[in-house]
Design a binder for this molecule. Structure first.
Ligand code: FMN
Length: 135
């Protein structure tokens, strides 16, 4: 059976506010291309000056991506806040997805950023809500 991990990290964005939406779109585009080759899927958002990214995939593939991420100068102070073994992905089909640029900040995600949970579940709930179609 294929082993799968889910991890969530937060990092401080170094993007200037004016161009952050376009830069985020660029990151998502490149990430989706690269992640597809590594069978990684996930969600990325930028809120309160922090990136929050949930990544799902093979443990070794996630370890390798985290090394690349540490060298990326578009962010700093990367902290993996939660990492768990999972039996199935919640982000199948999303090599990388971000909420629409005009989406309101998610209040629960702001609370999590202020007081990070070591459990995946609350992050996953907030991120899935952010990318869900508005009712
Ligand atoms: C916030 C953020 C999230 C990123 N997410 C991913 C990702 O999910 N997958 C990926 O391959 N690269 C991602 N990148 C880009 C990587 O940091 C890196 O540029 C990319 O893997 C190419 O690696 P290289 O520049 O060493 O060739 C992300 C970058 C940032 C700033």
């Amino acid at each position: 059976m294929n082993t799968l991990d889910c991890l969530v990290y937060i990092s401080r964005s170094k993007l200037t506010h004016e161009i952050s939406a376009q830069e985020l779109a660029d990151i998502v585009k490149v990430s989706a291309f690269l992640n597809a080759q590594a069978s990684i899927t996930g969600i990325l958002t930028l809120q309160d000056g922090y990136f929050v990214q949930m990544l799902e995939g093979a443990p070794a593939a996630l370890d390798l991506l985290m090394i690349h991420l540490h060298f990326d100068e578009r962010h700093e102070d990367i902290v993996v806040v939660a990492r768990e073994r999972i039996s199935r992905k919640q982000t199948v089909g999303w090599a990388m997805i971000a909420p629409p640029a005009n989406r309101e900040p998610h209040s629960q995600l702001s609370k999590l950023l202020a007081n990070p949970s070591a459990s995946i579940a609350p992050w996953r709930t907030a991120l899935l809500e952010l990318v869900a179609d508005p009712a």
